[in-house]
Unconditional design. Sequence first.
Length: 312
Amino acid sequence: MTPETCLKSACTGVHVSIQGGISTAFDRGTALGCRTIQIFSHSSRTWAGPEISDSEIDRFRSMHRSMGIGPILVHASYLINAATSDPEKRKKSGKALLEDWILSNRLGVSGLVLHPGSAAGQSVDSAISLAAEMIREVLDWPVKGETRLLLENTAGGGKTLGRSPEELEALFSAIGHPSRIGLCLDSCHLFAAGFDVSGESGYEKTLREFCRVAPQKKVTAWHLNDALFEVGSGRDRHTHIGTGRIGLWFFWKLLKDPRFEGCPMILETPKTDGDREDRLNLETLSILGRQSVFDAGEPALRATLSALAGGR
Ligand SMILES: [Zn+2]
Ligand SMILES: [Zn+2]
């Protein structure tokens, strides 16, 4: 499936494991019926990843062409903090980000998703300049490819950057490179950061603001997660679609929103039972995508939600 196919129907998918090699992600994604996938380049909790040979890159690219998956995202390591002022941590973060950036371009993926960083121990303004400086250096690196670096909005806990349109706007304008950067919105993070998108007025106001600050006024990718805690909690705890505080309406509305047509929409919901929960969450999205009028009481939808709630 090409990215164009995603324009005709919701481009939904899942963050899948690469255990056994980076190209194994395609088998996992296609088994679930994903139209898009997100992967880590290596364990997100370790600094160094394995060397990936040119033949492995060729295998990945040829499977991408043949396996019916549209846009692919790589999520950068959680260890990277582009905003840190500690020289040792800056060196490690810069190196890890550059490695993920070079690899993402070699793989030919659409986006590398990055949390903008944490301002611990410094003002937000100086943290934004430090983050922008590191990201700019990476984007200046002479590497061939079409990947965009996507900044992800954050849940607002601690001193993480990127919780509001204002912080993201400041980051984007300090980074420059408008054709190589983009915005990835995570619905759980939006809600946790205080944006109540669960009803019409909050939805419109919030998304208008975030679209306004995004490079080229466009959201490049979505992470679809319901939120376990209340609006403004600052807590980054994802839960299954329709079982959290955001609720089904938001996801129905988003799937119908022409501003996000063709946009990769990745589930990062909990996995405690193989791929069973991923299948049920994808089914929820698929049922909502077919509803021209929102109907939370549709029997198929109730059955999917109760299977998720009941654990069987
Ligand atoms: Zn993330
Ligand atoms: Zn996310």
